[in-house]
Design a protein around this ligand. Sequence first.
Ligand SMILES: NC(=O)c1ccc[n+]([C@@H]2O[C@H](COP(=O)([O-])OP(=O)(O)OC[C@H]3O[C@@H](n4cnc5c(N)ncnc54)[C@H](O)[C@@H]3O)[C@@H](O)[C@H]2O)c1
Length: 327
Amino acid sequence: MARILVTGGAGYIGAHVCRALAARGDLPVSFDNLSGGHAHAVQWGPLVRGDIRSPAQLDDAFREFEPEAVMHCAASIEINEGQKHPFPFWENNVGGAINLTGAMVRAGVKPIVFSSSCAVYGEPDRVPIRESEPRTPVSVYGQTKLAVEMLLADLALSDDIRFAALRYFNAAGASPDAEIGEEHEPETHLIPNALKAAAGIGPARLEVFGSDYDTHDGTCLRDYVHVVDLAAAHLAALDRVMAGSSGLCCNLGTGRGATVLEVLQAVERVTGSPVPYDIQPRRAGDAAVLLADTELARTELGFVPEASSIDQIIADAWRFHARKWGA
Ligand SMILES: NC(=O)c1ccc[n+]([C@@H]2O[C@H](COP(=O)([O-])OP(=O)(O)OC[C@H]3O[C@@H](n4cnc5c(N)ncnc54)[C@H](O)[C@@H]3O)[C@@H](O)[C@H]2O)c1
């Protein structure tokens, strides 16, 4: 049994990573300040209420639990918030990563798997996006993810740490037993908001931003990957860094994707309810198409996104939300 410190373990992806770690016999120790996560999502190991902006709290956690490796999922994630208030984003995402890696070095813990993002690519010229494409983020959020990748790469050069950075595309879905799922507040992601609209919860009509993109139905196309598949990839990446490898920066997506309207149609199929929506003007910074090239994940991590069909993603998300909402 390996003890793994999971920052952001009370959050959406972190909780699924903890669930997957425990399922194979590892002990996940969640380190989370509950700013965006939920204590009820921490079910597979202890919860340390701590803040990655505090070196002392991180040192205490390393001393108490003696983890062998770190999964770093904690971050500020709300893109618009980062545009309005960049400093707290840099402080949390980059300052937090500096504190975390500092605590790792002091504790002599080298392996780390980092939650990066396709936001490091900005608005790419070519899709599907290969890892070798230029990294030109168009948001503060994307800049902070890129900065942490650079920090990890530098620290790996001096063998202070060993890392894998996983560039998720759009995480979606929920655990198949409907125990944990996406619970962001505010929720900005399309699928939970479309499910809300179908269930008649929240704003009566969904806003669809732009219908004149260069896609087959004019709405943006995104690469949705089931959170259970993401969690499986974390285990593979963890095994890799724990075995001594370092430096992998890898997309996690399916390479297929769905447009906004296709997602809404899938929500209607799964829930049996219409999703009322209004077309709004385009939003600044929304690329028409974001699709992962998945070759590196397949060859280096054996990544096969088995649960990531759009209907399965939405069916699992719906079971979780319907249970939560009593719908
Ligand atoms: N959800 C996606 O589609 C997606 C896509 C790409 C990358 N990511 C990245 O994956 C990671 C997890 O995302 P998520 O969707 O699960 O978000 P989330 O908000 O559900 O989880 C983040 C967790 O980090 C915790 N946290 C934030 N700041 C903290 C701090 N200072 N100290 C301790 N804990 C702190 C929050 O309380 C929360 O539990 C993030 O790093 C995010 O940037 C997510």
